[in-house]
Design a protein around this ligand. Structure first.
Ligand code: NAD
Length: 356
């Protein structure tokens, strides 16, 4: 029997509630299959700081590196907001991404027909949207040195090396091959040298992918086009800071933060997590939407284990759940026949998965 080792980090706030539901669904998918999952729990974030004094204990890094994939809930909360920067929950996540060399962040954005009214955009603009934002995650201005701040001035450095651009561009072209074969590279090449360099390298990489159509767009225009006509996009390839902003903008096309998954990959072990945070305002109430996390588990099956059929099963089960009108409170205004708790949603999806 094949075994997949999953490092599970529940984290803070609603993290434990939503991860428990993802595990319920993973158990349903593995029942009767030719593989099994081994789950090992590790600490990260505020909880980890309270227990060990470090938001990313060494044991967590070692455990993640020894696993086949990391399934992560969310971290953070007001309680830890005044700690020094290196002790805050977010620093644990940044360090883990660095340790695992997760340079590529996949953020698929899909509009579920059943929830089309949840978006603030018009139905005809978003109907059928299915795009992927591919963000470079470990380079660019967030990591560039030198960086400095004093009383009179401050600066950061936006830097990309050729290797960094080549590897993320290849990732985007490979993803496009499995989709509609279109890559739109987003930069600010009209103003920034680093962006012109990015563009030159992407054009070079594109020569190895003649089936994929490459276009370029300035980031200010991309921000506008995402809300004007998001259907024009298939894969959006972009750097760290532009990707940070555009992926959040793109996520709002779907209308609910509780629905969208993400995958961060690059090194030998990938990290799969919902795009939302730890939602401290609703933690412990049993009302968090677990769909983004369950969907992240589906991405893990697809990317980390190559279990495409199992991932399809989960994706179909989520669509069926929404079709049947089961909703958590956050999306209850849109076509709800029954408002359910976090655990009820997990159980219904697991049940649909079991029935195939
Ligand atoms: P958030 O995403 O946690 O919450 C924003 C709003 O969306 C809240 O009203 C929340 O109740 C709601 N929401 C989020 N996820 C939901 C879900 N699954 N179901 C239903 N409603 C949901 O963002 P925030 O409030 O800005 O941040 C809260 C904490 O999370 C902060 O400490 C922040 O630093 C942290 N955070 C962590 C991550 C991460 O772990 N990757 C990402 C973003 C924010």
């Amino acid at each position: 029997m094949k075994k997949y080792k999953i490092a599970v980090i529940k984290g803070d706030g609603i993290g434990p509630e939503i991860i428990d539901e993802a595990i319920k669904v993973l158990d349903a998918v593995s029942a009767g299959s030719e593989y099994e999952f081994e789950y090992n729990e590790y600490l990260m974030g505020g909880d980890a700081y309270d227990i060990t004094g470090d938001p990313l204990p060494d044991e967590t890094v070692v455990g993640c590196k020894e696993s086949d994939a990391v399934l992560f809930g969310a971290i953070g909360g007001e309680k830890w907001d005044n700690l020094p920067r290196d002790k805050r929950p977010e620093s644990g996540l940044l360090r883990l991404r660095e340790q695992l060399e997760l340079y590529a962040n996949f953020r698929p954005v899909k509009v579920y027909d059943e929830l089309i009214d949840a978006s603030s955009l018009k139905k005809e603009v978003i109907e059928g949207v299915d795009l992927l934002v591919m963000r470079e995650l470990t380079g660019g201005i967030y990591f560039g040195k030198p960086r400095q701040k004093n009383e009179d001035s401050a600066f950061n450095t936006m830097i990309y090396t050729k290797d960094e651009v080549v590897r993320i561009a290849k990732m985007a072209f490979e993803a496009a091959l499995k989709r509609d074969k279109k890559v739109c590279s987003v930069d600010k090449a009209n103003v920034l040298e680093v962006s012109q360099f990015w563009r030159d390298v992407v054009i070079e990489v594109a020569k190895g992918y003649p089936e994929v159509t490459l276009t370029h767009m300035y980031v200010d225009n991309a921000a506008m086009q995402l809300v004007r006509d998001p259907k024009q996009f298939d894969v959006i390839l972009t750097g760290n800071i532009f990707g940070d902003i555009l992926s959040d903008e793109a996520s709002m096309i779907s209308g609910s933060i509780g629905l969208l998954p993400s995958a961060s990959v690059g090194g030998s072990v990938g990290l799969y997590e919902p795009i939302h945070g730890s939602a401290p305002d609703i933690a412990g109430q049993g009302i968090a939407n677990p769909i983004a996390t369950i969907s992240s588990a589906s991405l893990m099956l697809r990317f980390a284990f190559g279990e495409e059929k199992a991932a399809d099963k989960i994706d179909r089960a989520i669509t069926k759940l929404l079709d049947e009108g089961y909703r958590t409170k956050d999306i209850s205004s849109y076509g709800a026949k029954e408002v359910c708790s976090t655990t009820e949603i997990g159980s219904i999806i697991a049940d649909y998965v079991s029935k195939g």
